[in-house]
Ligand binder design. Structure first.
Ligand code: SF4
Length: 462
């Protein structure tokens, strides 16, 4: 490529998308692109998109509207849309005047070639998986595997921390969820490739690795008469020199391997005592309508087992309020479950019908927006009270924190030694804010907790 082409990359959505963006950035740099942090200076703009809620897609369309104007004065600008929205809409997106390239999550290994073609003025291209639910061929899997292993050590989102995908796709078909239709069937990566990647990351100074999967506890890999589970991966990874902390997201509240996973959390000091396990609703009627194959009783029993096997475990949940047909009684059951679950925190969303999902095809979006909003606010308030009670347990205690860097208001809150305010997390994923030298970034620090808010612990270096 004659002149180093400057690329502006924007990433929307979940950790899986952020990991794809890190892989893509690694590959494009190798292909001769240089990152720029302003659209104004860019020759290429790349948006890694999310389809999980309507709002996420609307944001992308508003950015595309803006880019369309920029292209009036900068006609050579190449705009690429990648990720879940690209896979969901495909050619549809090419109808937007600003878009030159559409590339689905499973086609990102081809991106640097597709971008170069687009820059040579070749006609606008769509590269998506035609039959998204069809099992990928070994060749397709190997292409993604090579791409992951080659660029999966580039992830510099947070110093000394990295995300490693252990499986792609999802086979659960929760009726509200678009993921199975944009990320395809579940494919577990070979354990040796995952271990190799973690070793490379440890050699690069990474101390914490988070294993990623849509249903990460469903990880299963047959090899030489043995079935590898997530518990086996955690156990093997905890023997890798340099790795201090291991996490895994996102768990699904059932599955045959759960006890093994909890046992590894209890036995291995390196596996963080944090579990992110969405419930989505407390009403069995709604859980059935969502095709979430457990009851609220079974869910709470699982949390009980987790607290038994891993004392002091910290648990986070997810909920959708206002799902089709949700009555006040159903919502009360959700409030009741949240009260019993005693989460550290819960991510709460209003139901947003997604085109192509079972719920969208078969169920009406019956709950008015103001009712969804009221239930969202009410459930947040119930959870905030619990988070506040749990955070108070840390007052006066000393906690081990992996420091992520400067807090958002780092220099506003300098201490008497001119140390900026830093932010980090405990093993239980509690956010900790304290003052200290910036050189602590990426390192562990002992912090004494002196004040709390529902979601943040404030302290002083121990
Ligand atoms: S488990 Fe359900 S909610 Fe999670 S990614 Fe799969 S289909 Fe979506």
């Amino acid at each position: 490529m004659d002149m180093m082409k400057r690329i502006y990359v924007q990433s929307f959505g979940c950790q899986m998308n952020k990991l794809d963006t890190a892989l893509v950035v690694g590959a494009l740099k190798e292909a001769g692109f240089r990152l720029t942090d302003t659209v104004k200076d860019a020759d290429v703009v790349l948006m890694n998109t999310c389809s999980v809620r309507e709002h996420a897609e609307q944001r992308v369309f508003s950015h595309l509207g803006h880019l369309k104007h920029i292209k009036e004065s900068h006609p050579d600008l190449v705009v690429g849309v990648i990720g879940c929205m690209a896979q969901r809409l495909g050619d549809e997106l090419l109808k937007h005047e600003a878009v030159n390239l559409v590339c689905g999550p499973a086609q990102i290994p081809r991106l640097s070639v597709l971008l170069k073609e687009a820059m040579q003025g070749k006609k606008a291209t769509t590269a998506v998986t035609e039959k998204i639910r069809q099992k990928p061929t070994d060749e397709q899997n190997q292409l993604l595997e090579d791409f992951e292993s080659a660029y999966g050590v580039e992830d510099k989102q947070i110093p000394n921390q990295a995300f490693v995908r252990v499986m792609r796709g999802c086979n659960n078909f929760c009726t509200y969820c678009i993921v199975p239709y944009v990320r395809g069937p579940e494919v577990s990566r070979p354990p040796e490739a995952i271990m190799e990647q973690i070793k490379k990351l440890a050699d690069h100074g990474v101390k914490q690795v988070t294993l990623l999967g849509q249903r990460v506890n469903a990880y299963q890999y047959q090899q030489g008469g043995r079935t590898w589970s997530l518990a086996d991966l955690l156990d093997a990874a905890s023997n890798i020199k340099g790795i201090e902390w291991l996490r895994f997201v996102t768990s699904y509240p059932s599955g045959e391997f759960f006890n093994d996973i909890l046992q590894v959390m209890a036995d291995s000091p390196k596996v963080c005592n944090y579990l992110h396990i969405p419930a989505q609703s407390g009403s069995d009627r709604i859980l059935q309508a969502m095709n979430r194959r457990y009851s609220s009783r079974e869910y709470l029993d699982l949390l009980g087992r987790a607290r038994e096997i891993v004392p002091g475990i910290s648990i986070a949940g997810d909920f959708i309020v206002g799902f089709s047909g949700e009555t006040e009684e159903d919502f009360e059951a959700t409030i009741d479950l949240v009260r019993k679950a005693r989460y550290k925190n819960a991510f709460i969303f209003k139901y947003s019908p997604r085109p192509g999902t079972t719920a969208d095809k078969r169920l009406q979006d019956t709950i008015p927006g103001d009712v969804k909003q009221r239930r969202n606010v009410e459930l947040l308030a119930v959870q905030e009270k619990i988070s506040d009670e749990l955070s108070r347990d840390f007052l006066g205690k000393e906690v081990n924190v992996l420091v992520e860097g400067l807090s958002k208001k780092s220099h506003v809150n300098m201490d008497q030694n001119d140390n900026p305010q830093l932010i980090g997390r405990t093993s239980g994923d509690w956010i900790v804010v304290f003052n200290g030298p910036e050189s602590l970034t990426g390192q562990f620090a002992q912090v004494k907790i002196t004040a709390v808010s529902p979601l943040t612990l404030f302290g002083q270096l121990g």
